[in-house]
Write a protein that binds this ligand. Structure first.
Ligand SMILES: [Zn+2]
Length: 108
């Protein structure tokens, strides 16, 4: 959410932050009435950090000198990802894009 004007009073909004349960969230604050707006990305981060959202959240773990994550079962099924699949990680502005590349190990 990128808002330029306050929905309540049409005042100018500037980058701000709020702290809830010790978590600092990026927000937008109206310079006129003080109304605060929290971007949906920040709300998602808050829900994950407070344990309210568990679906499709994975903790990164160690495996030797590398890091590992598990793929949620429903995501694996939806995208046809099985053992032996090659996954290509691509940095994007919004995050990391993970693309399954058909593996030679696949039978179909
Ligand atoms: Zn306002």
């Amino acid at each position: 959410m990128m808002i330029k004007k306050c929905i309540e009073c049409d005042g100018e909004v500037k980058k701000s932050s709020i702290v809830n349960k010790g978590i600092v969230l990026e927000a937008w604050e109206c310079q006129k009435c003080g109304e605060k707006y929290i971007p949906s990305r920040e709300m998602s981060r808050y829900e994950i950090l407070t344990g309210r959202r568990k679906t499709h959240v994975r903790k990164v773990g160690p495996i030797g000198a590398s890091l590992k994550i598990t793929i949620p079962k429903d995501i694996a099924e939806k995208f046809g990802i099985g053992e032996g699949e090659l996954l290509y990680f691509e940095p994007k502005k919004e995050g990391i894009m993970m693309t399954p590349i058909d593996s030679m190990n696949k039978k179909d």
